[in-house]
Design a protein around this ligand. Structure first.
Ligand code: TYM
Length: 333
């Protein structure tokens, strides 16, 4: 059976981008057709300056939201990365496989390092090795597929390279995974700046829709979205990125495969925005309701995470042990 792994960092409140670009596919497709694991990757949240209490709170909130979105613990494994030691164990072996040049070429590293330096801060070494830990997440479970948004493609490509290199050097050990994406919405852009990704670290930005935003907040954000000059509603990602983003969100919400389809039939931006706002509010309504129920039952969420970690550990342990033996480390007796 196909094995799937994906993860989400508890660095901010989940956004519409996270949902449309990744989580919805996990919920609606992946958990039904494969042996799927999903993780709240808390170790990754430590690669930039963070508030410990906030990371702890967000880890629980993200797990609760994933369940609210429809991940079913009977169908998939949901767990917190730091509860399974194998991720960090394997990450070290992969640091011995990757090169520093490869790490420095990663787009996300370059962007985030520049941001940290711009703020006068220093860059944590773990920010450089971030993609190696991500590779460990994926390879420890022998995942065939990694359902992600566009921004993670380079990291999954690197994971493939590391798996192939390790296998060549030490004998076949890892499955070589591939990235998968939703039909539309693999890159949802910031509503105020359609040249930038809608990112969860930009908290409270008026261009970022959070999954737990109240309906009137969602409406306001969508109605104020930056659009381009021009009056006709056409889908043109290069020339009209603001409009294209709204059309993609609408297509994703309504299940249309082609964002150009919904463009037909709109005489004005205002009417389109109204429909986008309604569609997003409806998309999020059940999720918000279920989140409120689950948030009132933290013991249930804890139980899911405990069981998830124990299942994940049992899957990752033999793979990582095999990798330790393959590189020449003496097994503990
Ligand atoms: P993270 O936490 O930034 O995002 C979680 C998922 O949401 C997708 N995503 C988006 N998709 C479309 N439009 C957007 N604006 C948008 N913003 C985020 C991301 O592509 C991702 O799929 N490094 C990963 C977490 C990670 C991981 C892993 C993922 C750690 N280990 C192993 C897969 C497998 C990250 O920062 O995702």
């Amino acid at each position: 059976m196909t094995r799937i792994f994906s993860g989400v960092k508890p660095t901010g409140h989940l956004t519409l981008g996270n949902y449309i670009g990744a989580v919805r596919k996990w919920v609606e497709e992946d958990q039904y057709r494969a042996d799927a694991l999903f993780s709240v990757v808390d170790l990754h949240a430590l690669t930039v300056e963070h508030d410990p209490a906030r990371v702890r709170r967000l880890s629980r909130q993200v797990a609760t939201l994933l369940l609210a979105a429809g991940l079913d613990p009977e169908r998939c494994v949901l767990f917190v990365q730091s509860h399974v030691d194998e991720h960090a164990r394997l990450s070290y072996l992969l640091e011995c496989t990757a090169t520093d040049g490869e790490m420095r070429r990663m787009i996300q590293y370059r962007e985030k390092a520049a941001r940290e330096r711009g703020r006068g801060g220093s860059v944590r070494l773990s920010l450089l090795t971030y993609p190696v830990l991500m590779a460990a997440d994926i390879l420890a479970y022998e995942a065939d597929e990694v359902p992600v948004g566009d921004d993670q493609v380079q990291h999954v490509e690197l994971t493939r390279d590391l798996a192939v290199r390790f296998n060549q050097r030490y004998g076949h050990t890892f499955t070589v995974p591939k990235a998968t994406h939703p039909a539309v919405g693999a890159r949802v852009m910031n509503l105020q700046d359609p040249t930038a990704k809608m990112g969860k670290s930009d908290d409270d930005g008026p261009g970022v829709v959070h999954l737990l935003d109240e309906p009137d907040v969602v409406r306001r954000k969508v109605m104020r979205a930056v659009t381009d000059s021009g009056r006709d509603v056409v889908y043109d990602r290069e020339g009209r990125p603001g409009l294209a983003n709204l059309l993609e969100v609408l297509a994703a919400c309504t299940g249309a495969d082609d964002p150009a389809g919904p463009a037909e039939g709109y005489a004005s931006y205002g009417a389109l925005k109204q429909d986008v706002a309604d569609a997003v509010v409806e998309l999020l309504r059940p999720l918000r309701a279920r989140h409120a129920e689950l948030a009132a039952d933290p013991a249930y969420v804890d139980g899911v995470l405990r069981e998830g970690a124990s299942r994940a550990r049992a899957m990752a342990r033999p793979v990582v042990d095999r990798a330790y033996r393959a590189v020449g480390l003496l097994p503990a007796v």
